[in-house]
Write a protein that binds this ligand. Structure first.
Ligand SMILES: [Zn+2]
Length: 429
């Protein structure tokens, strides 16, 4: 049984969901609390429910944000939020509560909800979203954001109507392997959904463009496809901090600008309220990939030093990268945000092997945010490092492993712009 086995509609439906949220927060007050983030233009509250283990300091936790129902007529998104909240109280979610602060915003757009109309934007955040989410993210810069939508009989896709459910890792880039990382995570979400009986697709920005803008005539697609991809990429505004007043950014999903701003892991989701006829099934089919994602946030990804969402390769690739510093999640988040904002002022970090027992590595920073603090991280074939030196000086480092290699993590401080060159001595491969 799902939490909601019907689709709440109109004012009464909104009130019903809001009553449920109040009830949830009071019943589960050891692990949750409700905050009103702001008001819709017609003066409805926009509440969020925070779920976490309140005995563990928030600074030790990742911040995960789930937003739903920004598009008023996408009915499926109405029932997924309560289902996720319900899941978060379960034993299965204990590790999530211990290591994350999960913030669920079940109805981003109450006005659209009541009207049962889109009442939103496909190309930018609305003024209300900027106010409400801007305020939230200012206090809680997210490590992960997932934004739920829902496809119906004709809404959304122009070429595949009525039955599609999709995970959209669209608002990312190819910088620092991010596209690969988002797809890796999306595939694991898809797998979890399929194991539970829900056939999801993973769709790209290009696929998404075809849903929204492409022509329906047979034979029309390829050209429109390309044209719209270019349009969308040009519309992505890397300066959108959830605070620019109007327009100009491509953002079908509320999570879009978070990637650019905080290097957040971001997913759009499309559940389905036509092909799936039972509202309880819609709720569960939305909850399952979300819970898989939240669970991944409690684990350590093979290439990451610490457990949490895989958002810490800020430049370079898996073999050589720039990483944040910090002894807890909050410090790493602040360091990540700072380095990410300066990423254009680093050269691509380099490595070379003059002989099989020596690796030389270089990083250049030419920005003005000094002293610049970051870690340089190299993936090595052998686990033993004989020495790591800068000129004649030994340099401190840490190591962590994946299944078949060792990562050397080297904290560095640059007091002025320039190049750091380090020499690593190791056994031959
Ligand atoms: Zn939508």
């Amino acid at each position: 049984m799902a939490v909601f086995n019907h689709l709440p509609m109109g004012q009464e439906g909104l009130k019903e969901i809001y009553r449920w949220l109040d009830d949830f927060a009071s019943k589960n007050n050891a692990i949750s609390y409700k905050k009103v983030l702001g008001k819709s233009p017609d003066n409805w509250d926009i509440p969020a429910v925070f779920v976490t283990n309140r005995d563990i300091p928030d600074d030790d936790k990742q911040i995960a944000v789930v937003t739903l129902a920004r598009h008023g007529q996408e009915l499926g998104a109405r029932v997924v939020g309560p289902e996720i909240l319900h899941y978060l109280t379960s034993d299965d979610a204990k590790a999530i509560r211990d290591t994350q602060l999960v913030i669920v915003v079940p109805v981003v757009n109450p006005e659209g909800f009541i009207l049962n109309e889109f009442h939103s934007s496909q190309t930018s955040l609305t003024k209300t979203e900027r106010l409400v989410l801007g305020r939230l993210f200012k206090a809680y810069a997210p490590d992960m954001v997932i934004d739920f939508h829902s496809l119906g009989k004709v809404e959304g896709s122009k070429y595949d109507r009525g039955d599609l459910e999709a995970i959209i890792p669209a608002n990312t880039t190819r910088w620092a392997m991010d596209e690969q990382i988002h797809y890796y995570v999306a595939q694991r979400m898809q797998e979890a959904a399929e194991n539970a009986g829900w056939p999801y697709e993973i769709h790209t920005l290009e696929d998404l463009a075809a849903y929204k803008f492409a022509g329906r005539e047979i034979g029309n697609m390829p050209y429109t496809y390309l044209q719209e991809k270019l349009y969308l990429l040009h519309m992505m505004d890397s300066h959108d901090n959830y605070d620019i007043p109007e327009e100009a950014a491509y953002t079908n999903y509320t999570c879009g600008p978070a990637y650019e701003k905080w290097h957040t892991l971001v997913f759009g989701m499309e559940t389905n309220h036509w092909g799936i006829t039972e509202p309880g099934d819609i709720a569960v089919s939305g909850m399952v990939p979300c819970s898989a994602l939240l669970k991944m946030g409690t684990t350590r990804f093979a290439w990451e030093k610490d457990r949490g969402y895989p958002v810490n390769i800020l430049h370079g690739d898996f073999r050589i990268s720039l990483r944040p510093l910090g002894k807890n999640a909050a410090e790493r988040r602040a360091s990540r945000t700072r380095i990410w904002g300066e990423r254009m002022y680093f050269n691509l970090p380099q490595r070379e092997m003059p002989d099989p027992e020596t690796t030389i590595t270089r990083v250049r920073y030419f920005g003005a945010d000094l002293p610049m603090e970051f870690a340089l991280c190299l993936r090595m074939r052998k686990s033993r490092i004989k020495s790591l030196t800068l000129g004649s000086k030994e340099v401190e480092f840490e190591t962590f492993k994946d299944r078949c290699s060792t990562f050397v993590y080297i904290p560095l401080v640059m007091d002025r712009a320039g190049t750091i060159e380090l020499m690593i001595k190791h056994p031959p491969g």
